[in-house]
Structures are given as structure tokens and as C-alpha cells.
Design a protein around this ligand. Sequence first.
Ligand code: ADP
Ligand code: MG
Length: 483
Amino acid sequence: METENIIELRHVTKSFADNGFVAVNDFNLEVKRGEFVTFLGPSGCGKTTTLRMIAGFEMPTSGEILLNGNPIQNLPPYERPINTVFQRYALFPHMNIFDNIAFGLRQKKVPKDQIEKKVKRVLSLVDLEGFEERRVTTLSGGQQQRIAIARALVNEPEILLLDEPLGALDLKMRQEMQLELKEMHDHLGITFIYVTHDQEEALTMSDKIVIMSEGKIQQIGTPEDVYNEPKNAFVADFVGESNIFSGIMTGKRRVRFCGGEFTCVDDFPEGTHITAVVRPEDVVLTTPEKGMIQGEVTSVIFKGMHYEIAVQSGRNEMEIRSTRTPKVGEQVGMVIEPDGIHVIQAAEDTNRFLVDINENYRLSYNGKVLDTSVTKLIRGGHRLEDGTIVDENGDKLDLSRAKFEAEIQPSDIEMTDNYEDGLVEGNISNLIYQGDHYSYVIHADNGQDFVVYDEDLWNMNDRVGLVMPVEKMKFTLKKQGRQ
Ligand code: ADP
Ligand code: MG
């Protein structure tokens, strides 16, 4: 059956057997025939793993992959009409260009005259006519990558997968090849699935961008969509430069952040906690009197077409792109028009985790005892002489299979580099600057992720202990065993 979608991934999850690590988590995507789709995300977010499952080098742990509407999980790579171009060109150094490109066709026993025609054609496609006799070692990086692309195209795949194919090239070569690849795609009409961690590359080349973080899709959209309407702070931070602030709705299309109150185009109920995203080019510099907010210029950097200016406004910092050149130390005003403010309902950052009850009816987490007892947490709870616990009605509680869920706010957790002082230890796996604080995600050794707000700058992968005062935690009885 013909469908418009050439490839479809449904609830695809991949965890690795050796460590149980979930590299790709419930991935859902439809790719239309002829589309240029890009997977964009930081290193380690699962891009290559997803591509390898499409190519057939890796099996999903669960979920389905459909090609033209038919499941292909059980097809080996060579039976899929799909070819891959890798970051490292993987050419055979001892063969000339012709033999490199013809290799696959010879294995498939394609007649000789056809091989010659096909090789000639793909060489002209990648702009390297007449290179048949050259040795791989005499080519530049860019030329080698073109040969790698030609070698994939010669099989006339329906889908070409490209895994950071320009990653090893210098900037100028990369930009040239970006345009060439885009032209090649438009000209050939085949479907491209492209992987990069470079947001500019993704914005330049793609029809559709899939933004990923930690194995999960964060947003799917056109380059304009993900730039202008980021769905969450991660996307706003990853795609383009942005100022990200936490704030609150103060009325109909009125929003407060960064020490000012603004009119915006997004509507949320008054009192809603929001994340405001303001692109540096949408902040207009003016005199302090005319500004909606004021601040002091702390740096000015010349960027060729414009200046990149940092302004400190109270506890917040604003990045501005402008052709004006204020001086460092100057007091300025800033104006932001309603359509320059993108408001996102704030992610709920409350941390929740299950804690255990030990044999002394004390709560413990991560093997450490918390300074509170179960009886304190149950309304009217007390302990009878025989050791059983009853609630305010005198009903006996069987806590042998009960758990408490603890709740703590990101601003109530403190990070320390004396890790042992923490209730848990872990490494910083994500950080986003939010105007007057950083929002961190800490991946704890026990597998739990914690969100922590901190004014100080820590680095990615820093090892920290998380100090969580028990008096800041709220507990709810979660699962109660049968009585
Ligand atoms: P990306 O291409 O986005 O940089 P990958 O898909 O290569 O990310 O990897 C995603 C995560 O899965 C990484 O944390 C990586 O260490 C892990 N991973 C990849 N392959 C394996 C494997 N064979 N066994 C265990 N973990 C793996
Ligand atoms: Mg990769």
C-alpha cells in the first residue's frame, strides 16, 4: 500500500542490554517521501542510535519502524533501500575512486557497462567528474566526503541517512557542502535523514527538524517553527541565541519578567508561571527614560554585521544584538515589542521521588535515613505498644509495602562539591541560564534526575552532591499495602 510517509517510527525505544541505559525513549516520527529531515541535539542524545535503527544496524527494544507502511524491523540492512553516509568517510585507501564507488555494485554483480555509467553519473552529481583514477589519499577532506556520498548514492537508495557527514570539515568547506547537499537533495528527490548537533546547519538545510534531548523528542517542526515558537526552554536555548527568563502572567496578555512588565501575544491565565524567551535581535536599545526596563552595558563585542551587547538589569542579564554601539558602563533602556516575546507555560520543575520506610519506621532515601518518622507524616498517626502504626481513626496501617513520595522544589536543593554531604550524588547533565539563575538537571547515580536552581555557574558534567533539607520536603503516602 502506498502512503505519503516513506518512513514512520512508532513508539520506538532502545535500551542497551549491558547497562539498561535508555538511549532512545518513545520516539514517534513520520517522514514524508522526499523530505529533508534533521535530527538535532547535543552529543549523546540518541541521534546515531535512532539512525542505526532505521538503517537496520540496531534493533529497537520496543516499537515499530515502517517503510512505505510495512514493518521492517526484521529486515537486515542490505534488504532496506537505505544507505548511510558516516562522519568518517570510511573509504578504502588502497583503491582508486572508481573502485571505491563501484565496490557495492560489483558485489551485487551489476553488469560492467552499467557500473561504468552509474559511477560516472554519481561522480558528476558530486561535482568530481574525471576523478575515477585518483587515489583516495590525494583528495581533500571535502572531496573524500563527496566520494563517500557518491558511494551511497550509486545504490540509488530511496532514503539517504547522513550522520554528521560534515563534522570533520572546516567551517568554510562545511558551509559549501551544506549548500551542495541541499541542492543534491532537491535535484534527486530522494528522502534525506540528516544528523547534526549544529543548530545553524539544521536551520539552513532542513524541511523538518526533530530536536532531541536525552533520548526524547523535544519538538518537531520546520526551522521557522522551532526558532520562533520553541515549545520549551530546552529548544529555545538550543536553537539560536536566546534570553530565557522565568516570569509570571500579570493580566490579559501581560507578563512580568526581568524586572519589567510587558505586553505579549500569548495568552495564559493570570498568575501562570511562565518561561519568557526573547531573541537578542528583538531587544531594542534606547535611552533609559524610553526603556521598558533599564540596565548597564557590561560588554560590547563587534561581530561584523552587528554588535553583541550584554546589559545587566538588576539581577538579570540581557543579550542584545544591535547595530548601535553603546559604551561599556553606559545606562541604557530596552524596549521589547509584544511579538518579540515568546511565552511558554513553565515546565513543572518540582522534584518527586519515592522514599523507603525502614524497620524503625523512619524514612530513608538512597540508603540514608531522613530525620523524620512515619508517624509524624500520617494525620493523627501514632504507634501502638505492639509496634503497629494507626492513623487518626485508629485504623491499622500496614507499611510493609507502603512508600512515601517526597516533593521538593528546585530552589530548595543545594549543590555541593563535598559530594558526601548530599543525600544523593550525581553529575550535571543539562544547564540553562534563566535570567537571574541557572536551571540545572542533575543525573543522580541512582538514576533519578533532579532539577536544581542555583545562582552560581557550574559546568556540564560537574560532580555534585545534592543537599535536600527534610523540612523542605513534602511527603505523600503513595502505595498502601492491604490491611
Ligand atoms: P548521539 O549520536 O546523539 O551523540 P548516540 O545515539 O550515539 O548519541 O548515543 C546515545 C547514548 O547511548 C549515549 O549515552 C551512548 O553512550 C549510549 N550508547 C550508544 N551505543 C551504545 C551501546 N552499544 N551500548 C551502550 N550504550 C550505548
Ligand atoms: Mg552520533
